[in-house]
Design a protein around this ligand. Structure first.
Ligand code: SF4
Length: 347
């Protein structure tokens, strides 16, 4: 991917969102933020999985205070997610939040918004305006359409711009993929603020993976999007893994051991499903950029194996290993995993 919508660049702690900055992956821990140990444990697991930014829910002032201690144990920038209470925002900023998510229109008094904006300016931290189908003002917008999501987002943006604040990131999320895609397409044309993409309330792992891949993927294919969050009812680490997998398809994150495997059919003489799953587990944390083909028979096996860096084409009486596009050696079928791992270690 080379084409990306031109967006403004904002700093979030040690990294950037927008402009020429790499597209980042975010998640939110499922723990109470005040449960510092559990929150830190989750963030650390997410860091291992490759998360770039972690957002923490701020239901109360204690959560905002917890940021300080949490940040002592983790490396990724921390975003404080605030609704309604400007005092929590101020406390989060004081505790070292690298970015806040806050819709200023939800804080009624102007002076309170001014205080938050001043604190953000003084500390050089951006604000994400996050409009969601679920939290849109229903008295003003009875139905969350792409138009109303965008209109609502710009209402919040205007409040910040009028205060001379432009370090803004925007999201216009919806649980309906088509609505979400349309909303982002619209807002992408109307401003140059960086966009945080996500399908909100996307469901459990299976459903969210599909919705997020289609919603986020469609927009990324159009050059739209500067940071993403896969939202799922489940483990935060899964959100990170799926987010990274989506970005990998566009070349926005490096793909390490890239497995090309056939779906297996009646022609296979080896259990390709078992073999591939085992191989994927064994190579999950390997940081080597290699393409490995695992193919069930000679129909597509030699072709795919020759296109990969290392490939194996299985057969009844043994398998053929290809390396660098050429036939490398013949092995027994019970040697496949060991041979592939051995070859990967040489790379
Ligand atoms: S490569 Fe062979 S075993 Fe695998 S799906 Fe294709 S035809 Fe079936």
């Amino acid at each position: 991917m080379t084409f990306r919508r031109k967006s403004r660049k904002v700093r979030v702690g040690s990294i950037y969102i927008g402009g020429d900055a790499p597209i980042t992956v975010q998640t939110m821990p499922t723990s109470k933020t005040t449960n510092i140990k559990e929150t830190v444990d989750i963030i650390k697991r997410c860091e291992e999985a490759g998360v770039d930014i972690v957002r923490l829910g701020m239901p109360d002032i204690e959560s905002a205070r917890a940021i300080k201690e949490i940040k002592r144990h983790v490396n990724v920038p921390i975003v404080a997610d605030i609704h309604f209470d400007y005092k929590i925002a101020l406390e989060a900023i004081k505790s070292g939040a690298d970015k806040i998510r806050l819709n200023p229109g939800n804080i009624k008094e102007k002076w309170k918004v001014e205080e938050v904006v001043r604190a953000c300016k003084d500390n050089g931290i951006p604000i994400r305006i996050g409009v969601n189908a679920g939290s849109i003002d229903r008295s003003k917008y009875p139905s969350p359409t792409p138009e109303t999501l965008v209109d609502s987002a710009f209402g919040h943006v205007k409040i910040l711009e009028d205060l001379g604040f432009f370090d803004i990131v925007i999201s216009v999320k919806h649980n309906d993929v088509i609505t979400m895609i349309e909303a982002y397409r619209m807002i992408a044309k109307m401003c140059d603020y960086p966009l945080h993409l996500g399908v909100t309330e996307a469901g459990t792992e299976f459903k969210s993976t599909i919705k997020s891949a289609i919603g986020i993927g469609t927009l990324l294919a159009e050059g739209i999007g500067d940071t993403i969050r896969v939202s799922l009812t489940g483990d935060s680490v899964k959100e990170v893994e799926i987010g990274i997998a989506i970005l990998q398809q566009f070349g926005y994150k490096p793909t390490y051991v890239d497995i090309v495997s056939c779906p297996m059919c009646a022609r296979a003489d080896v259990n390709i499903i078992e073999l591939t799953n085992k191989f994927e587990q064994l190579t999950k944390n390997m940081k080597k950029k290699v393409k490995v083909a695992i193919m069930g028979c000679v129909v597509n096996g030699p072709g795919e194996s020759m296109d990969a860096d290392i490939g194996v084409s299985c057969g009844k009486s043994g398998s053929v290993v290809y390396k660098g596009g050429k036939l490398y050696k013949r092995i027994n079928n019970d040697e496949i995993i060991d041979t592939l791992i051995e070859e990967l270690e040489k790379v």
